[in-house]
Design a protein around this ligand. Structure first.
Ligand SMILES: Cc1cc2nc3c(=O)[nH]c(=O)nc-3n(C[C@H](O)[C@H](O)[C@H](O)COP(=O)(O)OP(=O)(O)OC[C@H]3O[C@@H](n4cnc5c(N)ncnc54)[C@H](O)[C@@H]3O)c2cc1C
Length: 376
């Protein structure tokens, strides 16, 4: 008797921004998709991020990452338009360019040096960044303080309302008939015959393929399908102010005014992986720098602060991989899942739907790079 066909073409493990953007792309390709997640009580970077769609200084140390990020930045406007046409929801994507402000000549020199080294890497895609002095920055950011000596500026940078993006993607999944199963934590993955059997805290799921998009938990899940995903999570803290009159027409890498008028301030990296922890000293340093950059913030009210755990691979660069021992199993793992959402939906998902990642993507971002480094 012929075996029952698998219930789903692809099981996406992880319902954060990486998982839902990938699932959305797979549904657009006509796949029968299930998204398995732990539910809203889960530790989720997608709820705590800074919502930049950021290009400048991406790729120092892995040149292809610059091109990959630019590709997503270029695709973002079309991606947000697609979502709007489908759901009627506007994720407020804007790409006016972005700033990295310097509060001393030493900071500005260090910034220029990083960009020089990045652009001098062999094979890096050329893109425009500029070093501006105080008066040039002031023309575009009139409210900067006297301590801002200058900045780097890149026209490819932008931002979005990432919580609305998350909701919009879930809305699009529902409309496209994708099965979303929260409270279905995947405990084990086996390949039986030509299909994957996923043991979850809910029921068993059977699918032709599996895409691991479970953030830092990919480290535990990947070996189940013959893959590797070494992670080094880190904590970031964010401070949010009351709504203010529009004064910031460009995002700054550590400070942005949201489409709702609040100002988000975020600039920290801690080794801690405690998502409930919040270090006052860190928030104080973030606020102090923000006030030196924009003195008008000195007396505004803070309405919220939170910390969240970055999905950080061991070298900070994405991992896109496919299993040789378990064909049909893929890893989609990165920090900057807001920035790369357009790529995940419009480039990576069609590859998974076709059954194989492009050799160039695997060549640049496979976890095998860690083995080479380890062997080196
Ligand atoms: C402070 C901070 C600031 C950031 N700022 C930016 C920014 O400005 N721009 C940008 O592009 N990115 C930013 N990021 C990164 C961005 O938030 C993430 O890359 C993005 O949210 C994607 O996350 P993810 O889907 O990979 O993981 P998560 O959002 O963490 O989701 C992983 C999901 O997997 C599920 N899961 C885990 N284990 C299992 C299992 N066994 N079975 C089923 N499900 C499982 C979890 O329940 C969770 O829902 C920031 C992150 C942080 C923390």
């Amino acid at each position: 008797m012929a075996a029952e066909p698998s219930e789903f073409d692809v099981a996406v493990v992880g319902g954060g921004l990486v998982g839902v953007a990938t699932a959305y792309g797979l549904a657009r390709e006509g796949c029968r998709v299930v998204v398995l997640d732990e539910g809203d009580r889960a530790v989720r970077a997608s709820r705590g991020n800074f919502a930049l769609v950021w290009v400048q200084s991406k790729g120092l140390g892995l040149a292809p990452y610059a091109g990959w990020t630019i590709r997503s930045s270029e695709a973002w406007a079309g991606f947000s338009q697609l979502l709007k046409e489908e759901t009627g929801l506007d994720v407020s994507f804007q790409r006016p360019g972005g700033f990295h402000l310097a509060l001393s000549e030493k900071e500005l020199e260090a910034r220029a040096n990083i960009l020089r080294r990045l652009h001098n890497q062999p094979g890096v895609v050329e893109y425009k960044t500029e070093i501006l002095d105080h008066s040039q920055v002031k023309k575009m950011l009139p409210d900067i303080g006297p301590e801002v000596v200058g900045a780097s500026y890149c026209p490819l940078d932008g931002h979005v309302n990432s919580l609305r993006l998350f909701r919009t993607l879930h809305t699009a999944l529902r409309q496209r008939g994708v099965t979303y199963l929260p409270s279905h934590r995947v405990e084990a993955i086996d390949k039986v015959g030509g299909e994957f059997r996923l043991t979850t805290t809910g029921r068993e799921i059977r699918a032709g393929r599996v895409a691991l998009a479970a953030g830092n938990a990919n480290m535990r899940l990947a070996p189940m399908v013959g893959l590797d995903c070494p992670m080094k999570p880190e904590r970031g803290q964010i401070v949010v102010t009351e709504r203010l009159r529009p004064f910031l027409n460009y995002p700054v890498v550590t400070l942005r005014q949201t489409d709702e008028g609040t100002v988000m301030i975020g600039d920290s990296k801690e080794e801690s992986t405690d998502p409930a922890g919040l270090t006052l000293g860190v928030s104080a340093t973030e606020a102090e720098r923000a006030v030196r950059q924009f003195p008008l913030l000195a007396n505004v009210n803070v309405v919220r602060t939170w910390s969240a755990i970055r999905v950080m691979t061991q070298d900070g660069f994405p991992i896109y991989d496919q299993s040789e021992s378990h064909p049909g199993a893929f890893t989609v793992c990165c920090h900057s899942g807001v920035t790369l959402a357009a790529n995940h939906a419009l480039t990576v998902a069609p590859m998974i739907a076709r059954g194989a990642l492009d050799p160039a993507l695997v060549g640049a971002f496979s976890a095998r790079r860690f083995h080479v480094q380890a062997a080196g």
